[in-house]
Design a protein around this ligand. Sequence first.
Ligand code: AMP
Length: 192
Amino acid sequence: MRLVFIGPPGAGKGTQCKRLVELLKIPHLSTGEMLRTVKRQETALSRWVASYIDAGKLAPDHLVMRIVAQRLQSEECVNGALFDGFPRTIIQAQLLDDYLEEQGIQLDMALELKAVEDELIQRLLKRAQVDGRADDNYETIRERLHVFNTQTAPLTEYYASQGKLEQVDGMQSEELVFNAIRLCVDRHQPNN
Ligand code: AMP
């Protein structure tokens, strides 16, 4: 199964993704993680990538697609993948659709985790204390939420028009969210 996980920062995507990849036995492709790995290297590319991450802005679409395509070519992705934090723009969604079509495959589902903005800010500030992520500071959090609302949220329309969108209330307990996600997954399993 191939699915896209959409949700604002702090909605609990990370936690739910971990449970979902265990359930579906597919790899977890987090572009945030991939870009942070690039950022840790001491290269011109890493400094360029860092300038986007540290400002809470989106890295360029084609760069992200190139990194994702490299991962998709690996053997582990043959039976599916969970895309976490990607696509983040309509252009990325189109690039992904084009890439998958070239390979003769397609996405099965886009899952949106819905959340209340004030709660997200509180959660992210708390995460900053635990994880020490450099982009979990108040200014960058505000910017990332703004970027989500303006550039990523329109993806729901994009996937709804393809009949692939499912929405789950991310403000419930972790268990209830996961149960709701499981029902969505059942509806979109490729062999159903
Ligand atoms: P995340 O871990 O998904 O919250 O991503 C952290 C940061 O990485 C984002 O604020 C962006 O700067 C960058 N990033 C992650 N995924 C993407 C993407 N699909 N497109 C552009 N930038 C991304």
